[in-house]
Structures are given as C-alpha cells and as structure tokens.
Write a protein that binds this ligand. Sequence first.
Ligand code: HEC
Length: 153
Amino acid sequence: MRARFAAAGLVFVVAGAALPAQAPVGSFTADQAAAGRAAFDTTCVSCHGSGQAPPLQGAAFVGGWGSRSTRDLLTAVQAMPPDAPGGLPQATYLALTAFLLETNGAVPGTQPLTAATNVPIDRLFRAPAQAFPAGPPAGAADAAPASAAAVSN
Ligand code: HEC
C-alpha cells in the first residue's frame, strides 16, 4: 500500500519536471486578455485603479510576481473581489489573469491559459529592465502609457 503511494508520487514529480519544457511565451491568448481587460474595468479598477488597492501593473508587480507561477497569480485573482472571492465565472478569472500578464509585458500566443497552466511568470515578461527602476532614464517613460492604456477601453 505504502509502496503504491510512493510510486504514484514519483510519477507526479516526473510529470512536473517536464512542465518547464513548455513554450515560454504564448501561455494565454489575445482574446483572453481582451476579455480580461473588460472584466477588470468593470470589477477591479474601482480599487486597483484608484489607489485603494496595490497597483497590478508596473515594476512593483513585475518584481513581486516574476518569481512565481501563472497558477499562483490565478489563485490570487480568484480570491478577488474581496467581498465575493470565487464569485466570478472561472473563464473570467482566467481572462483576468491573462490580462494582468499581458498588461505587464507578456506576449499572447495561441495556447489559452487554463487552470492547469503553471508557467514561471518571469519567463513570460519580455522586458526585465522594467523590474528595476535603476535602468536608463528612457525606461521611466514606458510606465505611463501602460497604465493609461489599462484605464481606457
Ligand atoms: C474592494 C476593493 C477591491 C476590489 C474590487 C478588487 N480588489 Fe484585488 N485587492 C484588494 C486589496 C485591498 C488587495 C491587497 C490585499 C490582499 O491581497 O488581499 C488586493 C490584492 C489583489 C491581488 C494581489 C496583488 C499582489 O501583488 O499581491 C490581485 C492579483 C488582485 N487583487 C486582483 C484583483 C482582481 C483581478 C480584481 C477584480 C476581479 C480585484 N482584485 C478586485 C482590493 C480589491
């Protein structure tokens, strides 16, 4: 009995080790990100775009989430909104997660984000310079259009 459990655990670990070999970009689609942007504007921006809650775009977000996975981010998104965690459809939570990845610089692809997607987020962000404000002065100008774009539409 115990040996059987151990064997099952081994298979799981081997399968998990294979995950990072997946494509580093394209872990969500542009359609998902667009749907997520719309949901963000109606459900999230009242707090996250007003200073009541931490901003979900920019260097602080990229720095804080770069070392974690898309599944960690999905879990955090599913805990929102605070007065009704888990209250939105799963497809909406996936779309919101895709939007947060895209708005922070990740590039969409053909593979949709699913609850099983578990890719390290720093492999999706294409501009590592964003994570550190100590870069060249030109980098500072990038932050404004990103947040302005998230508020419009
Ligand atoms: C009533 C205000 C409010 C609303 C609406 C809201 N949030 Fe939040 N959110 C917060 C607060 C406050 C925090 C920080 C404390 C915490 O993590 O619970 C937070 C934290 C988060 C985090 C973690 C941030 C980090 O860097 O750790 C994510 C991701 C997030 N919210 C996404 C969303 C999404 C997506 C929506 C829309 C479905 C949403 N929130 C709606 C108030 C809100």
